[in-house]
Design a protein around this ligand. Structure first.
Ligand SMILES: [Zn+2]
Length: 88
């Protein structure tokens, strides 16, 4: 299945995130995340894979208000498609 996540969750998938003073920072960003990135996926026993195509833009929503399926953030912004792969 596919989910759409915010840029913070997308960066966290690729670069990880660190917690500092109760706030979360994705990758090298100095801007705190809205919420803990990918927190909604923490309990899933599944692998996550990037499912976007940067050449065609497939799987990338330039702007959306839909809530992030990774952290629940409702801030408007880009959404990126991730594939959830069940571990067989
Ligand atoms: Zn998110």
């Amino acid at each position: 299945m596919d989910i759409y996540v915010c840029v913070d969750c997308y960066f966290t998938h690729h670069y990880g995130a660190v917690e500092h003073d109760g706030r979360w920072y994705a990758g090298e960003s100095d801007t705190p995340c809205d919420r803990e990135p990918l927190s909604r996926l923490a309990d899933w026993d599944a692998d996550i894979a990037d499912n976007t195509d940067s050449e065609t833009g497939d799987g990338i929503d330039e702007f959306s208000w839909r809530s992030c399926e990774g952290c629940g953030s409702t801030l408007g912004g880009s959404r990126y498609r991730l594939a959830i792969l069940d571990r067989a």
